[in-house]
Design a protein around this ligand. Sequence first.
Ligand code: ADP
Length: 388
Amino acid sequence: MACIFASLGLGKNKKSSGFQSSGADLQAVMNTVLDGLIIIDESGTIQMFNPAATRIFGYQPNEVVGRNVNMLMPEPYHKEHDGYLKNYLTTNDAKVIGIGREVFGQRKDGNVFPMELGVNEMQVKDKRMFVGTVRDISQRKAADTERENMTTKLLESNTELERFAYIASHDMQEPIRMITSFGEILMTDYSQALDDTGKEYLRLVVDSGARMRAMVEDLLAYSRMGNEGANFAAFDGEKILGGALENIQELIKERKAEITPATLPMLHGNPVQIMRLLQNLVTNAIKYQPKNNRPLIHIDYEDRPAEWCLSVKDNGQGIDAQFIDQIFMPFRRLHTWEQVRGSGLGLPICKKIVENHGGKIWVKSTVGQGSTFYFTISKNVQKTLEAS
Ligand code: ADP
């Protein structure tokens, strides 16, 4: 190998401060670097092959020096390399030289492997030479493939789960409706036929039916949520908020809630989903209040360059900081059904909707003072969805 350094004119010590670029020094560098280094001449003949290249390809230097570098390449690189080099020498049209890219190499045992190849040209006296840096990336590629396979499997099982949740909740609706409807008929028309214990049992049946119904309806909504991204349009935020408040007007009246909404701007997204999102947040703001507390709810927004940030502020019970991350997960409730009715899916539905709109949802809360739920919707959500 020393001869190549000598022929490169690097054999003699040159005066310099610090590192001396002598042939021996460079030899030491070549021997130490972790990447394979291969030097070839204009005709593609290997002039130098360092120990790392030996580790990667399995050839000793004396088996490769003096031979064409294409022996280290599988097809089609093997056949194409001579032509590529000739073309480069006449036109300077580079595909690898000075650029670097991922290609395949072939080891002595025939094994083909992915490698990162960087090639740079150098002028040695009147000769053009090329230094190739080779890094074996088969382990990294194998890890990438494994990760991709796992992601694909995860996505498949998620879709499968959503389909299952959709079918199960859809098909469960009917029998639950029968249980609650006939239970209610029994309660009104046949309660005189039951003693107090019988009446209490019946009340439990109807109540459980209502609870099941709430859960199944929300589960259905939750599993549907992922597939509705296509219906995006510009819509009037004020109208959609008005619709959401109208849908829960009974609750608003019953709890004498005072709602002060800002005049929301024109927004972009799926209006039905945003209506549901606002409805869920305002419902919670009213529901999770100490008894006899008059709910005061303020709805506001901030117009940011790339997104809108909406907020729903209440004067309710607040949420203990340790539970704040949990409440956006399915079926995580901080209240029992008896305390406050709910499915435990209201906020997970909100989260899905917000994510469909390229946004985020979070809450700031102080126990005993109230909570403010914030969510963003991207102004470029159409593009975000197309790109994904
Ligand atoms: P649910 O459908 O049961 O209301 P959510 O997913 O909407 O379920 O909310 C999850 C839990 O987060 C609730 O059970 C409640 O304990 C808590 N929570 C949600 N919103 C509020 C709020 N505005 N103030 C206090 N607690 C809240």
